[in-house]
Structures are given as C-alpha cells and as structure tokens.
Design a protein around this ligand. Structure first.
Ligand SMILES: NC(=O)c1ccc[n+]([C@@H]2O[C@H](COP(=O)([O-])OP(=O)(O)OC[C@H]3O[C@@H](n4cnc5c(N)ncnc54)[C@H](OP(=O)(O)O)[C@@H]3O)[C@@H](O)[C@H]2O)c1
Length: 331
C-alpha cells in the first residue's frame, strides 16, 4: 500500500514544470474525475483542463469551474460540451481538442456505471454503460494518441476495474446482446476485462505513453444510483444497505482525488513524472516501458498474473478485432 503521507509528499512536488499542463477529463463532471481535477488545480500549477460533459451537467460544472478559478487563477478550465455515450460525439470532441492543442499530457477517463436495469442502447446501437466504460474511452485514446505522443510524459488513465479482470469473459457475445448473457455484474466484468485486453495491446504498441487501468475501491460518489430502471424498489433497498457502507469504509473525496493525482503524475508507474524513491510499479508485461499498469485502490500494481496469460490466449485478439470493427466508422 502506498501510504497517504507518501502520496501527499509526492503531490506536493507538482508545479509548473512537473504538472500535466494539458489534461482531458471525460467523466470529470462528478465523482473521481471531479475530485482529481480539484486535486490537480489545488497544486497551484499552471494547467489547462478540458472538462468534457453533457449539456445536463453544464450548470453544475460552471459552478465547479468558478470554484476552481478561485482556488487557482492559473488554471484554465475549458468546458467542452458533448454526449460522450455517442461515438460520433467523441470523435467531434477529439477533433476540436486536436485543432486547439498540439500536445495533451493526461487523458483521464471515468464515465460510466454498472447497468443494473434493463439493457438500453444508444442511438448507435451500443449498450450505454458499455459505450461509456469501454468503447468511448478507447475511442478517446485512439483519437488523442497523436497529441499524447507529442508530450514528454503522456499518460492515459481508465478508472474502472484494473486487476479484477477474468479470463472467462464471453468472447462469442462481447457486447452481451443476448439478454440471457446480460446482467450488471457480468457487464462490469466484461467491460473491465475488455479495457485491460485492449489497453495492454495499445501500451505495447505505444511505449512512449504510460497506460493505467485502475480500480478505485470504494468511493462514495453516488455512482451506484446510476444505471437502474426508474422507480425500482430493489434499487432503493440496494442503496439503503450499500451506500452507508461505502461512505463509512470507502475513501473520502479528498483522498480519492489525491490518490488519482498521484497515479496521474508519479514516476512509480513507468519512470516518467514526479521522481519516486519507493518500489517501482510492475506492469502487466513486466517490461520497463511497454505494458499496462493495473493498479488497485491502494495504488499498488496488481498484475493479475494468473489470469492475464489466459486472457491473452483466449480473448485479447477477439476483443481487439471486434473493437476495431465497432470504432472504425468513428476514426
Ligand atoms: N465510486 C466507486 O466506488 C467505484 C468503484 C468501482 C468502480 N467504479 C467505476 O469507476 C468509474 C468512475 O466512478 P465514479 O464513482 O467517479 O462515477 P460517477 O461519480 O458516477 O461519475 C460518472 C461520470 O459518468 C458520466 N455519465 C454517467 N452516465 C452518463 C451518460 N448516460 N452519458 C454521459 N455521461 C454519463 C457522469 O456524467 P454526469 O455528471 O453528466 O452525470 C459522470 O461524469 C465508473 O465507471 C464506476 O463504475 C466506481
């Protein structure tokens, strides 16, 4: 476990020279993304942050931006409206960012939830949570790779289920279209594992970029209220039991934000960034530069060594090919 003191000490070294100067947050309108933005801005460093969010979150985000400007007048927060469950929208947003920025240092992806209710698709025919937690995230990366590669220390973080992947995901129905294959638990497992399979391949193809798939543990963000059918009694019972537990035993907003700022900046993961005197994190391929960092809620690397070889053998190519097929029209 990386202690909170070590994390705070590392984050205290973030300044104009070491901060990710241009960052894109998709999912920063709430929860872990929002806490991480607040932690980054609170360093006082000069940063430009693209805060990507849908229209319904604009008002609350404008208030958040005012708060951030008061904390750090050197922070430039660019509200970037878009419905990121739609792949065409992700393409549009990325094209806009690429027109205005020659480099991006940090891409931070947190949108999504467990789809507890009935399976619902976007107008593009993708299950909504799968689009938010997987396809739209991978599309953001593919579009922004050229500008990420222009950074000295580029980093991509997908917050979902790093280290929790399973080898037995459904490779014959990757999108869980058959209702018999679909449930919230299966979906979270499937989407988390697809993140790891695709990101590991991207990491090996782009050794100049640090890729992280991270599992946040428990953070009381209201995330478990999302994804249910309206007026569900089961949902109310579920929240009534689980929310106090997550609130009591999970990370505070502040610590969660600081832990993710550490993951976004420390050289513990890949050697680039804020110097780290502790043990170096080991990536999934155990190679110094290539490989995906699977990180848990303690900020420890958890390479899931029993599952990963099986996942590579049974599913990785299928996930890669299928994802390319889904994303191709939006590239
Ligand atoms: N919190 C935890 O304890 C925990 C534990 C394990 C895994 N996770 C996973 O980690 C990720 C981040 O969690 P979090 O707690 O930070 O989540 P969160 O606070 O619920 O934030 C989720 C983000 O997703 C966006 N979003 C949700 N539905 C959307 C839709 N239909 N269209 C567009 N955007 C949508 C939200 O935008 P709006 O603000 O516009 O609604 C928000 O920015 C999620 O994938 C979550 O499932 C969380």
């Amino acid at each position: 476990m990386v202690s909170y003191k070590e994390i705070q000490a590392s984050n205290a070294l973030i300044n104009d020279a070491t901060a990710p100067r241009v960052a894109v947050f998709a999912g920063g309108t709430s929860g872990i993304g929002k806490f991480t933005i607040r932690a980054l801005v609170s360093t006082g460093a000069s940063v430009r942050i693209y805060l990507v969010g849908r229209k319904s979150s604009e008002e609350s985000s404008r208030a958040f931006i005012q708060e951030l400007n008061a904390i750090n007048p050197k922070a430039d927060i660019v509200w970037t409206e878009g419905e990121i469950s739609l792949l065409a929208e992700v393409k549009r947003i990325c094209e806009h960012i690429k027109k205005t920025e020659s480099r991006v240092d940090l891409l931070f992806l947190t949108a999504g939830y467990a789809p507890f209710g009935t399976r619902k698709e976007t107008s593009e025919g993708v299950e909504i949570a799968q689009s938010l937690e997987y396809y739209s995230r991978m599309l953001f990366i593919l579009h922004l790779l050229p500008v990420l590669s222009a950074s000295e220390a580029p980093r991509v973080i997908s917050v979902l289920a790093g280290g929790l992947e399973k080898a037995n995901i459904n490779v014959d129905d990757l999108d869980l279209k058959d209702p018999a294959n679909f449930s919230a638990i299966r979906a979270q497992m499937q989407y988390g594992t697809m993140n790891t399979a695709f990101l590991e391949k991207l990491a090996s193809q782009n050794p100049n970029v640090t890729f992280i798939h991270s599992w946040p543990g428990w953070v009381s963000t209201g995330n478990m209220r999302r994804g249910w059918d309206e007026n569900s009694i089961v949902a109310r019972i579920f929240w009534f039991i689980l929310e106090p537990i997550v609130y009591l035993f999970g990370y505070s907003d502040e610590e969660s934000g600081q832990r993710y700022l550490f993951q976004a900046t420390s050289a513990a993961f890949g050697g680039r960034g804020i110097p780290w005197g502790g043990k170096q994190g080991v990536n999934s391929l155990e190679k110094p530069e290539e490989g995906l960092f699977l990180i848990n809620y303690s900020c420890d690397c958890t390479p899931n060594a029993k599952v990963m070889p099986l996942l590579r053998e049974k599913a990785q190519e299928k996930v890669w090919d299928h994802t390319q097929q889904i994303l191709q029209p939006y590239l």
